[in-house]
Design a protein around this ligand. Structure first.
Ligand code: ADP
Ligand code: MG
Length: 460
């Protein structure tokens, strides 16, 4: 394996120091191949699977090219959803720490436009947003892109899947013709090639196919009876007891049905799909990432691009119809030198799909019998933590330390029992260990946070 160092790039010393402080020691393959192209000012068409470090690729590149003393929008990143835009904004801000006064503004729907209008008056350098809301600002005249130099389409395949093609084209129409366009995608369907032709000039085409590199993933297929899928899944969950698992279904209806089924059987499983309200989506992801929910059920579209760390297992409740998507799904476990597990359920008539997967990865897969799994007792799988939701957030000047203080101040609770704290504009979430959940709820709802009383509830 080649280890490519960031220091081989023409970056400033403070940029390198900041990258190092984030714990990025070597470049990922997409960074090693993509960054030189970006720094040279060329258009880039990059395909690499989820989790391969695409965000830092464009963020490091565009931050280096920013003229920080010029207060104009110089770079814009288009994302498919609000949560991805938030994720990208956070990453860009962290990578921008070495450049004082970098202004990044997020423009997404599902939020009132007034605060966005106010933040646009202060001429940000970088815009991150979803196509719909960006168009709205263009229509209102609150967003001017005539000085844009770098345009990024992140998760381009997903934006197209979600039907954003026309909106993207309308946005691009008002950007300067002479610009650098970077297109990032997890998959490479024909429509990506097409949109690249329409909006890029001689792009350097990079594909990092780490798809075949799945040695760290233990992959097993189980034939199941179509009427007993849910029970078969439960058998697998009880046997392997993954601490966190992402379960794929092919439709959002199936996701929701399965979540309800598992719920009835005592599993804390949550579904993530396109029909959820934004706040519900946030809450699902928060519970999964803070260990209050160990089973996330999702469609391919909903799961794409989400930066989920430490996934112990990917389970295919239904096989994907496309072998490339299958490999993509299971590639989400076993990242970063950790072993992963991929369990897939199939029915007899789907044998040909397994052959397609074998052909695609050019090696045979392991098929096991579900009957060979013997579960001694009915193991219950509880998540380690529970999430409490507090009706106060950033707007109320609440910080993580205030919540931790309220919980552990004059109580028997200790910091070790408190997990991740997430603060949003008007809400905050804190994970606490199961065993102290009720007590923590009493402490928070009975007492005060920063001198004020707030409503608190347990997410279930
Ligand atoms: P993608 O957009 O390709 O799905 P991300 O950009 O979200 O992937 O990166 C996935 C994870 O890898 C993030 O948590 C990010 O902080 C981390 N990461 C990115 N680049 C590096 C690097 N060079 N070294 C270590 N971790 C990295
Ligand atoms: Mg990404």
């Amino acid at each position: 394996m080649i280890t490519a160092k960031f220091s081989s790039l023409p970056l400033r010393a403070e940029e390198l120091a900041n990258i190092k402080s984030l714990g990025y020691l070597t470049m990922t393959p997409i960074q090693a191949q993509g960054l030189p192209t970006i720094l040279e000012g060329k258009d880039l068409l990059a395909q690499a699977k989820t989790g391969s470090g695409k965000t830092a690729t464009f963020a490091i590149g565009l931050l280096h090219k920013l003229e920080i003393t010029t207060y104009q929008i110089q770079a814009m990143i288009l994302c498919p959803t609000r949560e991805l835009a938030d994720q990208v904004t956070n990453d860009v801000r962290r990578l921008a720490r070495s450049i004082p006064n970098t202004k990044v503004v997020t423009l997404c729907g599902g939020k009132s436009i007034e605060p966005q209008l106010a933040s646009m008056e202060r001429q940000p350098h970088i815009i991150v947003g979803t196509p719909g809301r960006i168009l709205k600002h263009l229509d209102k005249g609150s967003l001017k892109l005539d000085k844009l130099r770098i345009l990024v389409l992140d998760e381009a395949d997903r934006m197209l899947d979600m039907g954003f093609h026309d909106e993207i084209m309308r946005v691009i129409k008002v950007t300067p013709h002479k610009r650098q366009t970077l297109l990032f995608s997890a998959t490479y369907p024909n429509k990506i090639k097409k949109i690249s032709n329409a909006i890029q000039i001689n792009p350097i085409d990079i594909r990092v196919d780490s798809l075949h590199d799945n040695k760290k993933i233990k992959q097993i297929f189980y034939e199941v009876n179509p009427d007993k899928r849910t029970n078969s899944l439960i058998t697998l969950l009880r046997h392997y007891q993954p601490q966190s698992s992402l379960v794929f279904c092919n439709t959002k209806q199936q996701c929701q049905e399965l979540a309800n089924e598992l719920w009835k059987q005592g599993f804390h499983a949550l579904a993530l799909h396109g029909d959820l309200e934004q706040r519900d989506r946030d809450q699902v992801l928060i519970q999964f990432s803070n260990k209050s929910c160990s089973i996330l059920i999702a469609t391919d579209v909903a799961a794409r691009g989400l930066d989920i760390k430490e996934l112990h297992a990917v389970i295919n409740f239904e096989l994907s119809h496309d072998p490339e998507i299958h490999i993509h799904r299971i590639g989400r476990t076993g990242r970063a030198d950790k072993d992963g597990m991929a369990l897939s359920m199939f029915i007899k008539s789907e044998k040909f799909r397994i052959e397609a997967i074998e052909n695609y990865k050019k090696s045979p897969v392991k098929i096991d019998k579900l009957a060979s799994i013997k579960i001694k007792e009915k193991v219950k799988i509880y998540p380690q933590m529970v999430t409490l939701c507090i009706n106060a957030g950033r707007k109320d000047k609440i910080r993580a330390g205030d919540i931790l203080g309220a919980l552990t101040g004059n109580t028997e609770l200790v910091g070790d029992q408190i997990g991740k704290i997430d603060i949003f504009d008007k809400l905050a979430y804190v994970a606490v260990e199961q065993a102290i959940a009720r007590q923590a709820l009493r402490v928070l709802s009975g007492g005060k946070i920063k001198g004020r009383k707030y409503k608190v509830r347990m997410l279930r």
